[in-house]
Ligand binder design. Structure first.
Ligand SMILES: NC(=O)c1ccc[n+]([C@@H]2O[C@H](COP(=O)([O-])OP(=O)(O)OC[C@H]3O[C@@H](n4cnc5c(N)ncnc54)[C@H](OP(=O)(O)O)[C@@H]3O)[C@@H](O)[C@H]2O)c1
Length: 318
């Protein structure tokens, strides 16, 4: 693929850091729009990566940043709203994509990759999933008919610095003896961040992906309980993991959404009420064989043991 100029919104986040490294290694010129360039100096160490302090809600600044770019990638997303911090699902997941589409048009950029989420739908139980669906509908709809848009709908993504494996290992270590687990039966099909990054990079120049939305999942379906048990084993943390029933899961959500950093919320609880699994395998157009969770986790978490990866793979739920 020829060298491209790519502007990423949300490029400093978990997925963004992996995707930026991938694209930089392919020789592309990356411009990341961020609120806090000073917090992400390590990204500037990558060849041809530039961080630009930008208020992405400012139309003039957005147009200026987009001018001369070959493609825009939107990874901006939040898992929880916060009135105090002005974080609002509709603003981040719907209003911002609309502004991005407008700025693409004004600045003459035709290619847009947009990050949505698996199970996003207008009648999903959580505000997170409904707002992701509205944003995806906007970028895939008539509003953006003059652009070449590809949307990605991943299940939960795992990898170094994620909100799944790294976070649960951290929580397991922090909570002594007994670990109460909300929504233990939630069904997930975790997908490796490098596979997500590869799919996005491959899509950039592939005309077959224009106008398409892709569900992205790994090869295995697990319950959240299975994943947390596995992580405790990998991390060598001895905890009694207590699966909570529905009422206690909801109670835990209402308590923890008031805790600093919002480790769990009622909206997260509602998101976990529906399966985050794919009906089909990884989209064939990318030619990627997605990685197994158990094959990758020991490579990036500081682990005490290496539970039998093949055994864990064979424990997938249906
Ligand atoms: N991680 C997953 O398991 C998963 C699964 C499905 C879908 N997704 C979607 O994938 C995308 C990336 O996820 P991630 O896990 O990488 O998220 P992340 O680590 O939380 O990063 C989110 C990014 O969004 C930007 N952002 C957050 N609030 C903002 C605000 N108020 N104004 C402007 N920018 C803001 C941040 O940029 P700055 O702080 O630099 O400004 C940050 O780089 C999101 O759209 C998410 O919904 C993620």
């Amino acid at each position: 693929m020829s060298r491209r100029r790519i502007c990423i919104l949300g490029g400093t986040g978990f997925v963004g850091r992996h995707l930026t490294a991938h694209l930089a290694a392919e020789g592309h010129e990356i411009c990341i729009l961020t609120r806090h360039p000073e917090r992400h100096r390590q990204l500037q160490l990558l060849p041809s990566v530039k961080l630009v302090r930008t208020d992405v809600f400012n139309a003039v600044l957005l147009q200026r940043a987009f001018r001369g770019q070959d493609a825009i990638i939107n990874l901006v997303g939040i898992l929880n709203e916060s009135r105090r911090s002005g974080l609002d699902f509709m603003r981040l997941h719907v209003d911002l994509p609309q502004r991005i589409v407008n700025a693409c048009r004004e600045s003459g950029v035709r290619r847009l990759l947009h990050m949505s989420a698996l199970a996003a739908s207008a009648d999903a139980p959580s505000r997170y999933l409904r707002s992701k669906a509205a944003g995806e509908a906007l970028v895939m709809g008539p509003e953006a008919a003059d652009l070449h848009v590809t949307a990605f709908r991943p299940s939960v993504i795992f990898g170094r610095g994620d909100g799944l494996t790294s976070r649960f290992v951290h929580l397991l270590r922090a909570v002594p003896l007994v670990f109460p687990l909300a929504c233990p039966d939630a069904r997930l099909q975790p997908v490796y961040v490098a596979d997500v990054a590869s799919a996005m990079a491959l899509a950039l120049d592939d005309h077959r992906t224009f106008g398409q939305s892709y569900n992205l999942c790994g090869p295995d379906v697990y319950s959240l309980h299975q994943i947390v048990e596995y992580l405790a084993g990998v991390a060598g943390v001895r905890r009694r993991i207590v699966p909570l029933g529905d009422r206690l899961s909801r109670l835990q959500a209402t308590i923890l959404e008031r805790a600093p950093g919002t480790p769990f919320s009622s909206d997260n609880y509602r998101t976990l009420q529906i399966d985050s699994v794919c009906e089909n395998g990884f989209p064939a157009v990318f030619g990627i064989v997605p990685a197994h969770l158990a094959d990758m986790v020991p490579s990036y978490l500081s682990v005490a043991g290496r539970p039998d990866a093949a055994r864990f793979r064979s424990q997938t739920v249906t």
